[in-house]
Each structure stands twice: as C-alpha cells, then as structure tokens.
Design a protein around this ligand. Structure first.
Ligand SMILES: O=C(O)CCC(=O)C(=O)O
Ligand SMILES: [Fe+2]
Length: 291
C-alpha cells in the first residue's frame, strides 16, 4: 500500500490528509523563484503523495506560470479557451447561474492527448463558503488491489480515449454542452490537434517505476473491441478505482493551490454550491507518452 512517506525533508514539511495520499506542504511561498533543492523536495513530496496542497498563496498569473514552467512545457488544452492575456492559463469559473461545473466527474487530465498532461496546478481565487471540494483517487492503489488474474488481463489491454465523447453524452458535442450548461467556460475548435488517443490500461509511472491503473472519464472502449464488449470491464474498473479508501478530499480556501500528478490519480470537482461562486486558475504541464 501507499504508506505515508517518512522522507526527511529539510526545506518543507508535509502533512497527510488521508491514508491513500494527498499532503499539505508547508513552508513554501510559490510566488518566489524557488531554488532547485527546494523544487527537488516538492517533487519528492508530489511523488510520495500523488497530490500536494499549499495554503495561503498569493499568485499573479506570471508567478503561477513561472512555477509551472519549472516542471516542463505548458500543456495547452485543445478545447478550452485560456485567459485573454495568458492563453496558457484556464480560468475555471462557476457562478449561481451555472448548473454544471468543469471537471465534475472522475477523470485524469487530457487523457485523450497522445502525451497527456503530467500534472495540473490549480489555484483558488474565490471559493464557496462551503462545498466546491476536489476529490482525488490513488491509481497505484487501484491497480495494486486487483487480483493477479485481473492485473494480468488489464496489462494486455489498451484504451481508446476521446476528448469530445459524443457517445457518452447522447450525441451532444462538448461545445454544445458547455454552451448550454456553463456561462464562463468557452470551448474552441481543437484545430488539427489530436484529441483521440490509445493508451495502456496499466501504465508505469516514469519517475517512481510503479504501476497504476490508467482509467478515467475519457476512456470510451478497449482498443480492438466494441463499446458493448468493453463496457462491463470499464464500468467495473471505474467503480473499483474510486473506492473510498483510495481517495482523499481537499477543502479549498482562497489562496490554496493543488498540484496533482495525472499519471497516478483521477480527480473529481464536487458540484455542491448552487448559490455561490468559485473561481480557479489552472495550468497543466506536458507529460510523456504513457507506457
Ligand atoms: O475545479 C476543480 O476542482 C478541478 C477541475 C478539473 O477537473 C481540472 O482543473 O482539471
Ligand atoms: Fe480535471
């Protein structure tokens, strides 16, 4: 299991929020230009905990971008329109006039890309008085808790992941749905960017070497099988991977930052604040080809 790390950090302190993962990192001001040795400890904390959180930050778009660029190139969302002055930053806004929220189902970010985002850095500008939490699940645990027979079967399968999954949404496109359901989230045409990709169902984390179940809302079917043939096992794996003991739940405050590793987690933005406003700024960092 994913035992809490006993790593001795010198520049940060970490505090687990759940048995499965998720840790608050203390002692860091993300608005500053962090030295390499501090960044190395933040990386270790991310790898140990799958998702890390920082409280009481004050970040300009430039400062959030500078922190994000320390991890790699910025992954531009092929469908979502970024901020006018900062196209690399996506503002996630939900106000009382919106019924739906962005990210309100279990998924891992941009899984439909050939090289999905390695990580996502989400900064809270305004949060509801209660609600609007984000849940995370540990996909290492989801894999490790399968039977040997199921592990073997899963390791032979590849998934077809679709960015604009008409089939799952009654034949309605992402643009039409978002237009109808969200006032502030604007969808653009992806141009010639690839938005359907095939990935291994079990992936090896390139930094930890551990195996994780790679499943989420963008998975439509198994490669080489029909939707109907794929559905029972996909349904089981989706349900299995979000068992309560694999999850943690983060309560946002203004100034909180979450940084999650999309290579070993799924997340779910809880939509339970109908009368309030939530405003976040999100940056995704490019990742590798899953193997
Ligand atoms: O708003 C959130 O808590 C998360 C939304 C989401 O899915 C994302 O930023 O990737
Ligand atoms: Fe997401």
């Amino acid at each position: 299991m994913n035992a809490p790390s006993h790593a001795q950090y010198r520049h940060i302190e970490t505090r687990r929020i759940a048995g499965s993962g998720g840790a608050i990192v203390e002692g860091i001001d993300l608005s500053t230009d962090l030295p390499d040795h501090v960044l190395a400890e933040i990386r270790a904390a991310l790898l140990d905990n799958c998702v890390i959180f920082f409280r009481d930050q004050r970040l300009t778009p430039e400062q959030q971008l500078r922190f994000a660029r320390r991890w790699g190139e910025i992954h531009l969302h092929p469908f979502m329109q970024g901020m006018a002055d900062y196209p690399e930053i996506l503002e996630i806004i939900k106000t009382p006039e919106d019924k739906k929220n962005f990210g309100g189902s279990w998924h891992t970010d941009q899984m439909f890309s050939p090289q999905p985002a390695m990580g996502t850095i989400l900064y809270a500008l305004e949060v509801p008085s209660a609600g609007g939490d984000t849940m995370f699940t540990n996909q290492y645990l989801a894999y490790e808790s399968l039977s040997d027979g199921m592990k073997t079967l899963c390791s032979q399968l590849r998934t077809v992941c679709v960015g604009d999954n008409f089939k799952q949404h009654g034949g309605v496109s992402r643009a039409a749905r978002y237009d109808r359901e969200m006032t502030h989230m604007k969808v653009k045409q992806p141009g010639n960017v690839q938005t359907t990709s095939v990935h291994p169902l079990v992936r090896t984390h390139p930094e930890t070497g551990r195996k994780a179940l790679y499943i989420g809302g963008h998975v439509q079917r198994f490669d080489g099988m029909t939707d109907e043939e794929s559905e029972p096992l996909i349904d089981f794996l989706k349900r299995h991977s979000v068992r309560p003991e694999f999850t943690c739940r983060f309560r946002w405050e203004t100034g909180s930052v979450a940084f999650w590793d999309n290579r070993c987690t799924q997340h779910f933005a809880v939509n339970d604040y109908p009368a309030e406003t939530r405003i976040m700024r999100r940056i995704t960092v490019c990742g590798d080809t899953p193997f």
